[in-house]
Design a protein around this ligand. Structure first.
Ligand code: NI
Length: 426
């Protein structure tokens, strides 16, 4: 059995170390290699030019964080069976295997969830990842699927892949901060790895590392507002979604051969299987858009040109939800300017829960909390009980961005924009 150290250079972790031949074989599967052609941050590269990194680099990074955490545990006297280690590595590496092109836009147009696809791809006997996993043991693909679906009985393995301090979040937050250049999104990842420990079959942090964890949670908050919810990032996402929705509508109207790519055509026709799903990536969608620049359907052609040439829609903040009456007045305005409001007038509402334990506990339902372990007393305390900044952040659940996206031809026209302001002003 070959067991030779492989080393991969990485901008976030320095080096990524692979010893297990199963992990190496997984990396070389067709489905993992596809993730090189899916951008981790979707359309955010149109705002942050550095944000071009792939799901492949992120997946490798999640594996590496889990490897570092387990290696830290082992150096400190916690014994891990080889099978458990391999299961955690494989689940970390494959957790995003089901992502669609540009990460989220197509998912919402097709009304699917990448988490479900990840499990399906792992369980499907014809995928290469399934075949590599099944060589370990016939039930190994199902175990990896159970970890991703959070059904695996050993909670600690699930929490390495998905929890408040899992390998996924720790890698994507750092990677997205490094690649976009958003410095205040960075945090002390090597120290987080050192303060983690397993207690009661879950992942907890030493209380002496409280401020390191606070800095990480704040970095997460900053990344949401500075990158993931950034209005220009959202503008590109809205444009891409409208473009895909238009392509889908044309297919539903009978244009089955909308692109030269049968996998994409079948996806848009909602008549597809695992092979079709895996056959579509960012490069294929971009190639389809190049073809659509001259499509006879004016809307599809125009939206494709706008995306490729980066003529993003402009936004106005909405303080409160628009009444039906005001919204239909805005739509009339857009229609009057020569644009179909179904594809050129979009309200985007977005927000998240930054730390969900505290509010959950108030309702008597405990969310996925973060626990600090006090070495002296042996007590485990939930983070927001002792951290003022985290308590404040946990309560900030009301913060939602509500924006309306419109063509620049509307917002940039002084007369139209005066009328627009009258309808959207609270
Ligand atoms: Ni991920």
């Amino acid at each position: 059995m070959r067991e030779q150290e492989k080393v991969i250079k990485d901008p976030v972790h320095g080096y990524i170390y692979v010893h297990d031949p199963v992990i190496w074989d997984l990396l070389n599967t067709r489905e993992m290699q596809r993730l090189r052609r899916i951008r981790q941050l979707g359309t955010a590269y149109l705002t942050y030019p550095g944000g071009e990194h792939s799901r492949f680099a992120h997946s490798l990074g999640v594996y590496e964080v889990i490897r570092q955490v387990l290696s830290h545990f082992e150096r400190n006297g916690y014994r891990w069976p080889t099978e458990d280690r391999r299961l955690a590595y494989a689940a970390g590496l494959l957790h995003d295997i089901g992502h669609a092109p540009f990460s989220h836009a197509l998912e919402s147009v097709l009304n699917t969830r990448h988490e479900e696809w990840s499990e399906q791809i792992i369980r499907h006997p014809e995928t290469e990842v399934h075949q590599v996993l099944a060589r370990v043991a016939s039930d190994f693909p199902a175990q990896v699927g159970d970890v991703l679906g959070k059904r695996y009985p050993r909670r600690i393995i699930v929490s390495l892949v998905s929890s408040q301090l899992d390998g996924d979040r720790l890698d994507y937050l750092m990677r997205d901060a490094v690649m976009t250049g958003v410095d205040y999104g960075k945090f002390d990842l090597p120290r987080i790895v050192r303060i983690l420990l397993p207690k009661d079959d879950r992942l907890v942090a030493r209380q002496s590392g409280q401020h390191t964890v606070e800095a990480y949670l704040l970095a997460r908050y900053f990344m949401y507002w500075q990158v993931y919810f950034h209005p220009v990032c959202r503008a590109a996402e809205v444009l891409l979604k409208n473009l895909l929705a238009r392509a889908k509508a044309l297919v539903e109207d009978g244009a089955r051969e909308i692109s030269p790519f049968s996998a994409l055509n079948r996806l848009l026709a909602a008549d597809y299987g695992v092979a079709d799903y895996l056959g579509v990536d960012d490069s294929l969608l971009l190639a389809a858009m190049h073809g659509w620049r001259d499509h006879p359907d004016g809307v599809l052609a125009d939206l494709s040109r706008r995306f490729l040439d980066r003529h993003l829609p402009k936004y106005r903040e909405l303080g409160a939800p628009l009444s039906d009456e005001r919204l239909s007045a805005v739509k009339d305005l857009v229609r009057g300017a020569g644009f179909d409001p179904a594809y050129y007038c979009t309200i985007d509402e977005i927000g998240t829960v930054y730390y969900d334990y505290y509010l959950g506990a108030q309702k008597g339902v405990h969310g996925d909390g973060l626990f600090l372990w006090d070495e002296a007393s042996g007590a485990l305390t939930e983070m927001s009980q002792i951290s003022e900044p985290i308590r404040a952040m946990a309560q900030e659940t009301q913060r939602t961005a509500r924006r309306i996206f419109l063509p620049e031809e509307v917002t940039g026209n002084s007369q139209l924009s005066l009328q627009l302001d009258r309808w959207i002003r609270p």
